[in-house]
Design a protein around this ligand. Sequence first.
Ligand code: SF4
Length: 226
Amino acid sequence: MNLSDLDRGITGCRACPRLVAWREEVARTKRAAFADWTYWGRPVPGFGPADSPLLIIGLAPAAHGANRTGRMFTGDRSGDVLYEALYDVGLASQPTAVSADDGLELYGVRITSPVRCAPPANKPTPEERDTCRSWLVDELTLLRPTLKAAIVLGGFGWQAALPAFAAAGWAVPRPRPVFGHGVRVPLDGLDLFGCFHVSQRNTFTGKLTPAMLRDVLRTAAGSAGL
Ligand code: SF4
């Protein structure tokens, strides 16, 4: 199996009844501002080169963002913040991400999430998180030959990612490291970084500033050899 096979499998998944119903209802009813869009309305696969040394792990697609465009963090405010920062530090070809065919390229970085379907109120249940984990484990396993660093955005992603890294063969310390912004955890051959999520709740309140985000991106990119 390669990443293309994996991405095809992910986009056909219907394992979580509540999330399948929600993602498809959102795609049917739409937001007025996007009435002329054909929403993706399916699970969202990872985005970025298959040989990336750096991985960014979010939470889940936004209902009218990636669930509409079909690409991670594309078409919502969180993505606006993330892609502008990636562009500023030299990891993206452009500072904006509006649609899956907007020409955006990532340089040495792949973006993924532990839950692939948009959840109501942006809150997957622990059961949904655990059900989706096998996709992340498979993605990590495929990326492992080149992966040198990973950034996890937010505590939920952290809780989901650590068991996935362990299942994919990395030696995750016990007790499991606690999430925090700027936390750096060396796994065998990989540096894992914590970063506050790029959601508006953090960026509007100043909990996560543009400088804080760029600092983590630069440090992790250096760790990944980029
Ligand atoms: Fe499948 Fe993950 Fe979506 Fe659940 S959240 S339906 S496991 S892709």
